[in-house]
Ligand binder design. Structure first.
Ligand code: AHG
Ligand code: MN
Ligand code: MN
Length: 339
């Protein structure tokens, strides 16, 4: 008699999304088709990222120029790939990207379009030419009641707590996609041999406390005093143990480590940039919802990131995101509370 091997079969991201969708009776499948656009684009971007050095060599141009150009090309390439993978999904009405000043209205203007997708196609792109991890972030909103194509910003200027799905891809030592649809956080690793994202990190929970803080300490003198005090506490062991520091300069990669190992990642306000550097809609929001879903927290120092009502598409926000113990101490010091 033939038997079937009893190894647990690999669960691909598509199967996982379909399983998640079964939780919503009457779901049409459009949403999983939308997410498949993101996974397809992620595969295309990672293929390009993996060949970045080779493209340099083949380009045979002046080194300093080519680095700038390749970077720019990769930003633009990633933006094009994501935009076109999503534009052909009728359920998507509006796209907004770090690389486009204005939101993009999908030409089909379909009456059944009910989602807006916001993204940073390539995060940390200045790291590309030195072979350091980069990423993609995305955030999905439902079309607000009564919003039409004449007012595309209304589709995306929603507080992060209304994200119906969000996630990121890290193009690191392997390519990993992490996403949530508000039911926990799950991570998938791209198996390059078969070209599929396979479940590798089921129901990720952030450790309660970590060993690292992650911040660009070169700007420390320009941080508000409360941040300096907080970092000093971490460094000197006031919070159970002395911390070490880790900072890559690619938010997605720095956050991914923080998610898996615990600790805190922050981009504080500085004297020159009162709102820091990171963008609310396509950087802070997706990271914040993933952190909360995994048992952590995210704040701008005053309020929960997910409660900020955005006023413009590219607005910046300070971001502090991390594990429970580190975030609770931060709330005490800053005398703030997240809901
Ligand atoms: P992007 O490449 O999309 O513009 O984002 C870069 C961001 C983010 O990834 C990172 O956390 C931050 O820039 C690093 O900034 P500093 O060099 O000021 O630390
Ligand atoms: Mn970015
Ligand atoms: Mn970017």
């Amino acid at each position: 008699m033939d038997t079937i091997a009893n190894d647990t079969p690999a669960l691909t991201i598509q199967q996982h999304i379909l399983q998640e969708q079964r939780r919503f009776p009457g779901a049409s499948g459009e949403f999983s088709f939308l997410l498949s656009g993101i996974t397809l684009a992620a595969k295309q971007i990672q293929a390009k990222v993996r060949r970045a050095g080779l493209t340099d060599i083949l380009g045979n141009q002046d080194t300093s120029n080519v680095h700038g150009e390749v970077q720019q090309k990769l930003d633009i390439y990633s933006n094009d790939v994501l935009s076109s993978a999503l534009a052909c999904r009728e359920s998507v009405g509006i796209l907004a990207s770090e690389e486009n000043e204005h939101p993009m209205i999908m030409p089909h203007k379909s009456p059944i379009a009910k989602y807006a997708v916001v993204f940073d196609p390539l995060d940390g792109s200045s790291n590309i030419d030195v072979n350091v991890s980069v990423g993609t972030t995305f955030s999905i909103f439902r079309r607000p009641e009564g919003a039409d194509f004449d007012d595309p910003t209304r589709w995306v200027l929603q507080p992060g707590r209304r994200q119906i799905a969000a996630g990121y891809v890290v193009y690191g030592s392997s390519t990993v996609m992490v996403y949530t649809v508000g039911n926990g956080v799950h991570g998938f690793t791209l198996d390059p041999a078969v070209g599929a994202f396979v479940l590798s990190h089921e129901n990720i929970r952030m450790p309660q406390q970590g060993k690292y803080y992650s911040v660009n300490e070169a700007y420390r003198d320009n941080f508000p005093d409360a941040f300096i005090e907080y970092l000093e506490e971490l460094r000197t062991g006031k919070l159970n143990h002395p911390y070490a520091s880790r900072y890559i300069g690619s938010m997605v990669a720095d956050f991914h480590r923080t998610l898996l190992r615990g600790g805190v990642f922050m981009y504080p306000p500085t004297k020159d940039f009162a709102s820091g550097k990171l963008r609310l809609l396509y950087e802070a929001n997706p990271i914040a919802i993933i952190a909360e879903q995994a048992g952590g927290a995210a704040t701008d120092g005053r309020q929960r990131i997910l409660d900020i009502q955005p006023e413009t598409i590219h607005q910046r926000t300070p971001l502090i995101v991390g594990s429970q113990v580190e975030m609770e101490r931060l709330f005490e010091l800053f005398k703030t509370q997240v809901s």
